[in-house]
Design a binder for this molecule. Structure first.
Ligand SMILES: C[S@@+](CC[C@H](N)C(=O)[O-])C[C@H]1O[C@@H](n2cnc3c(N)ncnc32)[C@H](O)[C@@H]1O
Length: 256
Protein backbone atom coordinates (compact mmCIF):
# COMPACT_ATOMS: atom_id res chain seq x y z
CA UNK A 1 0.00 0.00 0.00
CA UNK A 2 1.26 3.48 -0.85
CA UNK A 3 1.11 6.24 1.71
CA UNK A 4 0.37 9.97 1.36
CA UNK A 5 1.20 12.74 3.82
CA UNK A 6 -0.64 16.05 3.55
CA UNK A 7 1.74 18.39 5.33
CA UNK A 8 0.90 21.96 6.39
CA UNK A 9 4.01 24.11 5.85
CA UNK A 10 2.92 27.53 7.18
CA UNK A 11 2.40 30.66 5.12
CA UNK A 12 5.72 31.91 3.86
CA UNK A 13 8.17 31.89 6.73
CA UNK A 14 10.18 28.64 6.58
CA UNK A 15 10.33 28.81 10.39
CA UNK A 16 6.55 28.32 10.58
CA UNK A 17 7.07 24.64 9.99
CA UNK A 18 6.48 22.32 12.97
CA UNK A 19 8.79 19.56 14.15
CA UNK A 20 5.99 17.10 13.33
CA UNK A 21 5.99 18.41 9.74
CA UNK A 22 9.80 18.20 9.47
CA UNK A 23 9.68 14.58 10.67
CA UNK A 24 6.89 13.81 8.19
CA UNK A 25 8.87 15.33 5.28
CA UNK A 26 11.80 13.16 6.30
CA UNK A 27 9.62 10.02 6.16
CA UNK A 28 8.65 10.76 2.54
CA UNK A 29 10.30 9.09 -0.45
CA UNK A 30 8.81 11.71 -2.79
CA UNK A 31 8.07 15.39 -2.10
CA UNK A 32 5.44 16.84 -4.44
CA UNK A 33 5.91 20.55 -5.22
CA UNK A 34 3.25 22.44 -7.23
CA UNK A 35 4.54 25.01 -9.79
CA UNK A 36 3.25 27.39 -12.50
CA UNK A 37 2.22 31.04 -12.56
CA UNK A 38 3.92 34.05 -10.97
CA UNK A 39 2.47 33.53 -7.48
CA UNK A 40 3.06 29.81 -7.72
CA UNK A 41 6.70 30.46 -8.74
CA UNK A 42 7.46 32.27 -5.47
CA UNK A 43 5.41 29.80 -3.45
CA UNK A 44 7.29 26.93 -5.14
CA UNK A 45 10.59 28.63 -4.17
CA UNK A 46 9.44 28.73 -0.53
CA UNK A 47 8.59 25.02 -0.70
CA UNK A 48 12.01 24.27 -2.25
CA UNK A 49 13.65 26.31 0.52
CA UNK A 50 11.77 24.25 3.14
CA UNK A 51 12.90 21.01 1.50
CA UNK A 52 16.54 22.11 1.29
CA UNK A 53 16.59 23.40 4.90
CA UNK A 54 14.89 20.50 6.62
CA UNK A 55 14.96 17.33 4.52
CA UNK A 56 18.05 15.37 5.45
CA UNK A 57 17.05 12.04 3.97
CA UNK A 58 19.44 11.61 1.02
CA UNK A 59 17.32 9.20 -1.02
CA UNK A 60 14.15 11.34 -1.19
CA UNK A 61 13.13 12.81 -4.55
CA UNK A 62 11.40 16.12 -5.37
CA UNK A 63 8.74 15.90 -8.08
CA UNK A 64 7.39 19.20 -9.40
CA UNK A 65 4.00 19.23 -11.09
CA UNK A 66 1.80 21.83 -12.80
CA UNK A 67 -1.52 22.48 -11.06
CA UNK A 68 -4.44 22.66 -13.54
CA UNK A 69 -5.93 26.15 -13.85
CA UNK A 70 -9.58 26.73 -12.88
CA UNK A 71 -11.84 27.43 -15.87
CA UNK A 72 -14.63 29.92 -15.19
CA UNK A 73 -16.24 30.62 -18.59
CA UNK A 74 -19.86 29.57 -19.08
CA UNK A 75 -20.29 27.70 -15.81
CA UNK A 76 -21.48 28.39 -12.28
CA UNK A 77 -19.01 28.86 -9.43
CA UNK A 78 -19.81 25.38 -8.08
CA UNK A 79 -19.41 23.73 -11.49
CA UNK A 80 -16.15 25.56 -12.01
CA UNK A 81 -14.69 24.41 -8.66
CA UNK A 82 -16.01 20.87 -9.05
CA UNK A 83 -14.45 20.49 -12.53
CA UNK A 84 -11.20 22.05 -11.28
CA UNK A 85 -11.02 19.57 -8.38
CA UNK A 86 -11.67 16.70 -10.80
CA UNK A 87 -8.75 17.89 -12.97
CA UNK A 88 -6.43 18.16 -9.94
CA UNK A 89 -7.57 14.71 -8.76
CA UNK A 90 -6.50 13.32 -12.14
CA UNK A 91 -3.11 15.02 -11.78
CA UNK A 92 -2.68 13.58 -8.25
CA UNK A 93 -3.74 10.15 -9.44
CA UNK A 94 -1.07 10.26 -12.13
CA UNK A 95 1.56 11.33 -9.58
CA UNK A 96 0.64 8.50 -7.22
CA UNK A 97 0.61 5.94 -10.05
CA UNK A 98 3.75 7.07 -11.85
CA UNK A 99 5.99 8.64 -9.22
CA UNK A 100 5.38 6.46 -6.15
CA UNK A 101 6.45 2.83 -6.02
CA UNK A 102 4.47 0.37 -3.94
CA UNK A 103 4.91 0.86 -0.17
CA UNK A 104 6.50 4.28 -0.76
CA UNK A 105 5.37 7.51 0.91
CA UNK A 106 4.66 10.78 -0.94
CA UNK A 107 4.20 14.16 0.75
CA UNK A 108 2.15 17.10 -0.53
CA UNK A 109 3.46 20.39 0.92
CA UNK A 110 0.29 22.37 1.60
CA UNK A 111 0.32 26.13 2.12
CA UNK A 112 -0.70 27.10 5.67
CA UNK A 113 -2.90 24.40 7.13
CA UNK A 114 -4.73 21.84 4.98
CA UNK A 115 -8.08 22.40 6.75
CA UNK A 116 -8.39 26.10 5.91
CA UNK A 117 -9.64 27.09 2.44
CA UNK A 118 -7.59 24.32 0.92
CA UNK A 119 -8.96 21.34 -0.98
CA UNK A 120 -6.04 18.92 -0.86
CA UNK A 121 -7.88 16.67 1.62
CA UNK A 122 -11.10 16.57 -0.41
CA UNK A 123 -9.16 16.02 -3.64
CA UNK A 124 -7.15 13.18 -2.09
CA UNK A 125 -10.50 11.66 -1.03
CA UNK A 126 -11.64 11.97 -4.66
CA UNK A 127 -8.54 10.11 -5.82
CA UNK A 128 -9.27 7.36 -3.29
CA UNK A 129 -12.82 7.10 -4.57
CA UNK A 130 -11.47 6.45 -8.11
CA UNK A 131 -10.04 3.16 -6.71
CA UNK A 132 -7.23 3.05 -9.27
CA UNK A 133 -4.40 3.38 -6.78
CA UNK A 134 -4.73 1.99 -3.25
CA UNK A 135 -3.25 4.29 -0.61
CA UNK A 136 -3.76 5.56 2.90
CA UNK A 137 -3.09 9.12 4.05
CA UNK A 138 -2.54 11.31 7.10
CA UNK A 139 -2.68 15.07 7.72
CA UNK A 140 -0.05 17.12 9.54
CA UNK A 141 -1.23 20.58 10.68
CA UNK A 142 0.51 23.87 9.86
CA UNK A 143 0.46 27.55 10.84
CA UNK A 144 -2.40 29.31 9.02
CA UNK A 145 -2.45 32.78 7.49
CA UNK A 146 -4.95 33.71 10.23
CA UNK A 147 -2.36 32.94 12.90
CA UNK A 148 0.32 34.81 10.94
CA UNK A 149 -1.98 37.85 10.64
CA UNK A 150 -2.88 37.91 14.35
CA UNK A 151 0.78 37.46 15.37
CA UNK A 152 2.03 40.25 13.10
CA UNK A 153 -0.60 42.65 14.47
CA UNK A 154 -0.08 41.38 18.03
CA UNK A 155 -3.83 40.86 18.50
CA UNK A 156 -6.04 38.08 19.84
CA UNK A 157 -8.47 36.89 17.14
CA UNK A 158 -11.70 37.13 19.16
CA UNK A 159 -13.10 39.66 21.58
CA UNK A 160 -13.54 38.15 25.07
CA UNK A 161 -16.17 35.38 24.87
CA UNK A 162 -17.25 36.37 21.32
CA UNK A 163 -17.38 34.32 18.10
CA UNK A 164 -15.38 34.83 14.88
CA UNK A 165 -16.57 34.25 11.33
CA UNK A 166 -14.11 33.17 8.65
CA UNK A 167 -15.34 34.11 5.20
CA UNK A 168 -14.36 35.17 1.70
CA UNK A 169 -14.49 38.55 -0.04
CA UNK A 170 -17.42 37.28 -2.13
CA UNK A 171 -19.54 36.63 0.98
CA UNK A 172 -18.37 39.32 3.40
CA UNK A 173 -21.48 41.47 2.93
CA UNK A 174 -23.61 38.61 4.33
CA UNK A 175 -21.84 38.60 7.68
CA UNK A 176 -20.03 41.74 8.85
CA UNK A 177 -21.12 43.81 10.71
CA UNK A 178 -24.78 42.65 10.93
CA UNK A 179 -24.23 38.97 11.80
CA UNK A 180 -20.80 38.99 13.40
CA UNK A 181 -18.59 41.51 15.20
CA UNK A 182 -15.36 39.82 14.04
CA UNK A 183 -14.81 38.54 10.51
CA UNK A 184 -11.63 37.15 8.99
CA UNK A 185 -11.65 37.65 5.22
CA UNK A 186 -9.59 35.45 2.90
CA UNK A 187 -9.49 34.98 -0.87
CA UNK A 188 -10.70 38.53 -1.50
CA UNK A 189 -10.15 39.44 -5.14
CA UNK A 190 -12.59 42.34 -4.98
CA UNK A 191 -11.43 44.27 -1.86
CA UNK A 192 -14.82 43.79 -0.24
CA UNK A 193 -13.77 45.92 2.76
CA UNK A 194 -14.23 49.02 0.57
CA UNK A 195 -18.02 48.48 0.67
CA UNK A 196 -18.26 48.34 4.49
CA UNK A 197 -19.50 51.71 5.73
CA UNK A 198 -19.66 51.11 9.50
CA UNK A 199 -17.94 54.05 11.27
CA UNK A 200 -16.88 51.84 14.21
CA UNK A 201 -15.24 49.07 12.18
CA UNK A 202 -11.51 48.43 12.56
CA UNK A 203 -9.34 46.57 10.04
CA UNK A 204 -6.14 44.58 10.54
CA UNK A 205 -4.74 43.86 7.06
CA UNK A 206 -1.71 41.83 6.01
CA UNK A 207 -0.14 40.82 2.71
CA UNK A 208 2.68 38.34 1.95
CA UNK A 209 2.65 37.45 5.66
CA UNK A 210 5.68 35.54 6.82
CA UNK A 211 7.73 36.44 3.72
CA UNK A 212 10.37 39.14 3.27
CA UNK A 213 7.76 41.31 1.47
CA UNK A 214 5.28 41.26 4.39
CA UNK A 215 3.12 44.42 4.71
CA UNK A 216 0.71 45.07 7.57
CA UNK A 217 -1.63 48.00 8.10
CA UNK A 218 -4.39 48.63 10.64
CA UNK A 219 -6.73 51.31 11.96
CA UNK A 220 -10.31 52.56 11.82
CA UNK A 221 -11.61 51.20 8.52
CA UNK A 222 -12.97 54.56 7.35
CA UNK A 223 -9.56 56.19 7.97
CA UNK A 224 -7.28 53.58 6.38
CA UNK A 225 -9.24 51.77 3.67
CA UNK A 226 -8.15 54.04 0.80
CA UNK A 227 -4.52 53.75 1.88
CA UNK A 228 -4.79 49.94 2.08
CA UNK A 229 -6.37 49.85 -1.39
CA UNK A 230 -3.51 51.95 -2.80
CA UNK A 231 -0.78 49.99 -0.99
CA UNK A 232 -2.32 46.72 -2.16
CA UNK A 233 -2.49 47.84 -5.81
CA UNK A 234 1.11 49.10 -5.76
CA UNK A 235 2.42 45.92 -4.12
CA UNK A 236 0.51 43.76 -6.56
CA UNK A 237 1.92 45.69 -9.53
CA UNK A 238 5.45 45.50 -8.09
CA UNK A 239 5.43 41.74 -7.39
CA UNK A 240 3.03 40.62 -10.13
CA UNK A 241 0.82 38.84 -7.55
CA UNK A 242 -0.56 39.29 -4.07
CA UNK A 243 -1.94 37.21 -1.23
CA UNK A 244 -3.71 39.17 1.50
CA UNK A 245 -6.00 38.58 4.44
CA UNK A 246 -7.69 40.83 6.96
CA UNK A 247 -9.67 40.94 10.17
CA UNK A 248 -12.63 43.29 10.50
CA UNK A 249 -13.87 43.97 13.99
CA UNK A 250 -16.22 46.23 15.85
CA UNK A 251 -16.94 46.49 19.54
CA UNK A 252 -14.56 46.06 22.46
CA UNK A 253 -13.69 43.45 25.07
CA UNK A 254 -16.29 43.19 27.86
CA UNK A 255 -18.89 45.17 25.89
CA UNK A 256 -22.34 43.54 25.52
C1 LIG B 1 -6.36 29.07 -0.84
S1 LIG B 1 -6.28 29.95 0.66
C2 LIG B 1 -5.15 28.98 1.57
C3 LIG B 1 -5.12 29.26 3.04
C4 LIG B 1 -4.10 28.43 3.80
N1 LIG B 1 -4.45 27.03 3.78
C5 LIG B 1 -3.93 28.87 5.24
O1 LIG B 1 -3.88 28.02 6.13
O2 LIG B 1 -3.78 30.07 5.46
C6 LIG B 1 -5.35 31.35 0.18
C7 LIG B 1 -5.73 32.59 0.95
O3 LIG B 1 -5.09 32.53 2.22
C8 LIG B 1 -4.63 33.81 2.60
N2 LIG B 1 -3.16 33.73 2.71
C9 LIG B 1 -2.41 32.62 2.65
N3 LIG B 1 -1.13 32.89 2.87
C10 LIG B 1 -1.04 34.22 3.09
C11 LIG B 1 0.03 35.09 3.38
N4 LIG B 1 1.30 34.64 3.48
N5 LIG B 1 -0.24 36.41 3.55
C12 LIG B 1 -1.51 36.87 3.44
N6 LIG B 1 -2.56 36.08 3.17
C13 LIG B 1 -2.34 34.77 3.00
C14 LIG B 1 -5.10 34.78 1.54
O4 LIG B 1 -6.35 35.31 1.93
C15 LIG B 1 -5.24 33.88 0.33
O5 LIG B 1 -6.18 34.41 -0.58
Amino acid sequence: MKNVLIVGIGTGNPEHITIQAVNALNRADVLFVPTKGEAKAQLADIRRDIVSRYVTRPQSRVVEFAVPVRQTAERSYHQSVDQWHAAIAEAYQRLLLEELKDAETGAFLVWGDPMLYDSTIRIIERVRALETVPFDYSVIPGITSIQALAASHRIPLNLVGKPVEITTGRRLAESFPEKTGTAVVMLDGEQAFMKIEDPDARIYWGAYLGTAQEIVMSGRLADVKDEILKTRAEARARHGWIMDIYLLQKGRDFEE
